[in-house]
Write a protein of this length. Sequence first.
Length: 617
Amino acid sequence: MKTFFTPFLGLTALAAVSAPVSAATLAEAQAAYARYDVNAAERLYQAVAEAPDAPAADRAAAQRELARIAWLVDNRQSDAADRLAASLPSDPDPYPAALLYGRVLNTGDDPAATMDKLAPYAAACADIEPGVAVEGVRGLYLAAIRLPFAKRASAIAAAKAAWHALPAVPKQSVTAARLRLAIGLAAGDGAEALAGWRAFFWMDAPQAAPQGLGLADAAVEAAFLKGARGNAAPQDAMALAELLMRAGFADELSQLATDRDLPNRSAVAQRWARIEDYLSLFDRLEAEILPHDRAYARHGAGDEEGYKQRLETILAEAARATGIGAGDDANPMAVLSRAYNLWGVIGETNGVMSLHLGHIITDERQPVEQDGRRGEVRLIVLDNMISNSFFGWLMDGDSAPGGWAEDGQTIVQVRGPYVATIDGLPALVKPGPVRDRYLAGIAADEAAEIARARTEGVVYLKGVRQRLRLAALDSLARTLADEADFDTAFRRAFWNEVNRNSITLHEGRHVLDQASFTGEAALSSAELEYRAKLSEVGLSNTPRLALANVYIPAFGDGTGHGTANKRLIEQVVAWMEQNQGTIAGYDPALPALVQLYKLSDEQVRTIARTLDRALTH
């Protein structure tokens, strides 16, 4: 039994804090899409787009989502591009649409034109959605690699120059880092590609090898510096190709193989066969998954059991082709892990049969010690996912599964959904348009949320959570104020805290409790989650950040997480009401719930530890 989890990290909160929704049909369209009813969502978005009395922001948002459906679901790239080109000039909130426009253009026939077509929006998007500038550079790269390696020097040099001309903020994203890696490889510049690789994995020289690859830093560095050269020896180019395969850079691997003619190098024929099998697996899965997902989006469930069996067959055949293991009786995932550094699972995610399959960048055992009890958690971190569920595909980057639990002691984490939001956090904790926009979104809903708290009690309120999380982020930022490279230091610190809170503390508590309470004494799902959240918050270095991960939309919804989340927040609110005089800035005229952010880290820690000690362990 696999338990999937989706991190609630606010992936669109920084880049697309929209104006308040004024037309109910827009909210209905968004809800229909979220429940996978794409046909209904399309009709409702169309109604909003054509409504003359709808605010311009609502009409533009509807046009953007209609373009997304045309491109993502129906594979109508030109229709999507045309719709965005027509709606963007009058869009009062152009940031998310401009980014989508760039992505759509770069899947078309003329990526060289992407930068010019995005130019009217580049300045406006520079701070709020820096990904727009990255898509412009990507277009230059895509145009360059259409040329043979020997004839692309000028075009790839222009792409490289454009990348280095990017402002600092977009350069720091993992998307830009991967693009730099690709440009370096296409230019035959190993040092440039290595710099992109290191930035993608948040590494500083001499570090170069993610732990999960099982390689020495020097070996990775040598693979780039020797293998990326245009005149690289076949063995050196192959070493780089194998590295790219194991880390999941499939597109860059394919381009390198073409540029270096690896399929026709007899000196490395046997090694190439393994890579060819890997790329074949990639292609077979895409040919199975994408048609399924597009059909499900339009028509709902089909032969889901047959789909599952076909996925299992593809993986089993790929495992057998490696020659590793014990034939038909081998565990395909274990074999694929050894051969290609892959890990994954097939199962229902949010009600739809899905494959989760990515490349291992971390595989380590973390000791757990809490209140005198000891245990161990195995943490596997995946990146460069081949697939991360129907849900992740349909949400198109807005949200995606963040991982799953296996066998009670193994936690599999998907890096991408976490990193997607971390990239934008440094701008949020500094004065500027990103922070102003974020606060304006909170303020727009403040009166309504206060009214709800007065009439409904302890409920989930988005703006309250955003204030709590911002207070936690600001506190973390203050501890790093003297760092020379603040942005990088902040990203790494946030990543470390999130992992410690959610993996070492939360999942570690599960391991300890499941070992302590067995048989008839076994704890319910809700009780296990409640206790794990007490550890996550009470033992955290950043208790308010951990509490913000408890106060999420899964709140009192009957699930183990939702039940535990509401129970703990209700207890925190009760403590606040009983200790008003100890909370700085507390306003007795306001509901305690809307003042969660006024709690200090020490107060939050004390509340959680007191509640934990009151339990019978």
